[in-house]
Write a protein that binds this ligand. Sequence first.
Ligand code: ATP
Ligand code: MG
Length: 229
Amino acid sequence: DGQITAGHIELEHIWFRYGEGPFILKDISMNIPPGATAAIVGPTGSGKSSLMNLLMRFYLPTEGVIRIDGQPLERFSDRELRSKMTWVLQDPFIFVGDILFNIRLGDDIGEAEAVQAARLVQADSFIRALPEGYHTPLGERGATLSAGQRQLLSFARAMARQPVILILDEATAHVDSETESAIQQALRTMRKGRTTVMIAHRLSTVVDADIIYVLHQGAIVEQGTHESL
Ligand code: ATP
Ligand code: MG
């Protein structure tokens, strides 16, 4: 089985449709070097999430090849993919359990690693301010977190796994400006040293990207840096 070490992502002439439906992705090619940040932008329904589904191997392309570190995606075990490539969802799911459980999610992650990940993304201060800190119960009958806090918690969850590749669906929820700047700072920290593919909604995120891909009706209509576009 293949191993993901550098995080070089290549898509070669990807075509995709759900079942017998219309083509949702049309001849998509991308080359994202190790450690680079790629931003995917485009209107609703343009195929951004579908593209992420293919990267995560939740669906297989109808045509074309996706490679990581030079090897086709099918060469990797589920375990390898799920441990080296982490997807941060737009609206992260909170499980019934305490904060620590929500960071570790039953994976082989120590308490110290979980706390360290929370510190890295600046989630530590709000967690410590909760009645029972890292042991505060969440979910039904537990504490309720704000949208921004849920986002930071999901960042800690992602970082605790130390992924080589980070797939991010940037949240669109409105948060206060203090939380917003914590999120932006956390995003910068998280991207450092790992390949990042993000569905970007904020101009600030787009500006920070090394490569921007503009999707429209399933095709890349523009690509380049923020200066060149
Ligand atoms: P948004 O900005 O609203 O999240 P998006 O760019 O992520 O949009 P996708 O969710 O990838 O767009 O959807 C692209 C197209 O694929 C849409 O026409 C959508 O209706 C269709 N689609 C998405 N998921 C499925 C599915 N599971 N089965 C069938 N069609 C789907
Ligand atoms: Mg989407």
